[in-house]
Each structure stands twice: as C-alpha cells, then as structure tokens.
Design a protein around this ligand. Structure first.
Ligand code: CDP
Length: 244
C-alpha cells in the first residue's frame, strides 16, 4: 500500500476548514435522566454541530422488531444464539437509512422515523435486551460512526466515548445521584429506567461506563443552565488556537 492509498479520516476536511480547532465529535454518555439528552442537544445547537441520539437508533430497531411481531427475548438470561437470530436477520434485511432533519440525525426505517412510538413502554422494555446482542451493537456502532459524514457531531449514548469514538478529543460523562435521577424520571412519568440502566451497566459489550479520559460531570442539584455553562467552559478551553 502506498501512502496515497492510506484512507484519511472522513471528517478531516471539516476539521481543517474550521477556523478554530474544535473537536469534530463531542461524546456525551451517562445513565437515564443524567441530563445528557438535553445538554447534548443544547451543546450541538450552540456550536452549530449535528446532534445524534444513539439511543433512538436502538429504540427504532426494538420498535421495528415488535412491529414485525418477532418473538423477542424478554429477559437478558433468555438471550441465546437461537433467540438472537431473528433480530439479527431482520436487522440485516431492514431498509434503514441515516437522515438529517433540522440539525439532528435519525435512523429512518422504510423512510419513516417512529419518533413517538419509540418512547412507548413496550419499546422501553425491549430495547435494553436487544441492545445486549453483540451483532446488533456492531451494526449500530458502524452506523453511528457513519454519522461523521454529516460533519461535526455531538452524540449522546452509553458507549460513545468508549466504543463508538474512543479517539474523540472531548468526552463528557454525565451523572446525578439516584434520588435526583429518580425525581427527573418521575417528572417524565417514567420509572422503568433504573432496571434499564442496570442491564446497560452489566452487559459484556458496550457497557455503560465512563471512558478513562471522559470529563465526569455530576449535575445533582444543578440547573440545566449551570451544567451547560460548565460544559461550555470545557469546550472553550479546547477551542484555544494551537491546541490539538
Ligand atoms: O434516554 P435514555 O438515556 O433513558 O435512553 P436512550 O438513550 O434512549 O437509550 C435507550 C436504550 O438503548 C438504553 O437503555 C440502552 O439499552 C440502549 N443504548 C445502548 O445500548 N447504547 C447506546 N449508545 C445508546 C442506547
């Protein structure tokens, strides 16, 4: 292979054209109700980056499996090569595409993004189970990496700083104490998240854990504005000309 054959990063053009050395991908991981969705969206808007909700991609697959009436395992213990097979084979056949809509990337299936449907209770229960399937995670991680073709990103999830973009230059891991998170979940009428977080933390592949180089932010007792100001301080520190 000559040096000219060596592929360059797909986002290198965006990077060099940018007046300041902004990181191309900002990762935002954390458990449910840690505030990562709200803050990732706000950060993306502020910086003019594209926002990506990686959890919505897993939810879309769970919804699609339910739509197709697949016999889904209901407990992690029921996952075996046999029970995983229908999900994997459906995922290999579905017509799923990344689409950018109003500054955010969504996975559309058959040209449709099931925005409301993916928040239903049935999807909520199914998603952490199918998210344990190794081949599902491989497929999702590859799609999430493909998102760089749309330009600089703020991507939120569970394993974005550890698995999807381990070389990202700016990583956040958001958290809040269990009481604060429980209160936020209740406010949303959603209490099934604790079980989901447990499953996410204990899986073998793509577990919910902070990357070693992530900036950990515990926002217990903070307002969204306060946490946002803190995150922006870190972003500005990275924007200083001359810093890699
Ligand atoms: O909004 P919330 O943080 O509660 O969840 P979400 O981001 O919508 O993710 C839903 C589920 O998808 C999680 O509980 C995980 O099981 C799975 N997920 C994942 O495995 N990896 C990601 N990067 C994002 C989500």
């Amino acid at each position: 292979m000559s040096t000219t054959d060596i592929p360059t990063q797909p986002n290198s053009a965006t990077r060099t054209n940018h007046p300041l050395m902004l990181p191309v991908v900002i990762t935002m991981d954390g458990p449910s109700a840690s505030g990562k969705g709200t803050l990732a969206r706000r950060l993306a808007k502020e910086l003019g980056y594209t926002y990506v909700d990686s959890g919505a991609m897993y939810r879309t697959l769970a919804w699609y499996c339910l739509q197709k009436q697949l016999p889904l395992p209901v407990k992690a213990a029921e996952l075996t090569p046999e029970t995983e097979k229908p999900v994997i084979s459906l995922m290999r056949r579905w017509k799923a595409e990344l689409k950018i809509v109003e500054g955010a990337i969504w996975l559309q299936v058959d040209g449709y993004f099931p925005k409301a449907e993916i928040r239903s209770d049935v999807v909520e229960k199914a998603v952490p189970i199918i998210a344990q399937i190794g081949k599902v995670r491989d497929w999702m991680v590859a799609r999430q990496r493909d998102c760089v073709k749309f330009g600089p990103l703020v991507m939120e999830g569970r394993d974005i700083g550890t698995e999807v973009f381990p070389l990202a230059t700016l990583k956040f891991f958001l958290d809040a104490n269990p009481a604060a998170r429980a209160k936020r979940m209740q406010g949303r009428g959603n209490t099934a998240c604790t079980e989901r977080d447990k499953l996410d933390m204990n899986r073998r592949q793509g577990a919910l854990i902070p990357a070693l180089d992530a900036i950990r932010v515990d926002n217990t007792g903070q307002t969204v504005d306060e946490t946002f100001a803190l995150l922006m301080e870190h972003v500005r520190a990275r924007m200083k000309p001359g810093q890699p």
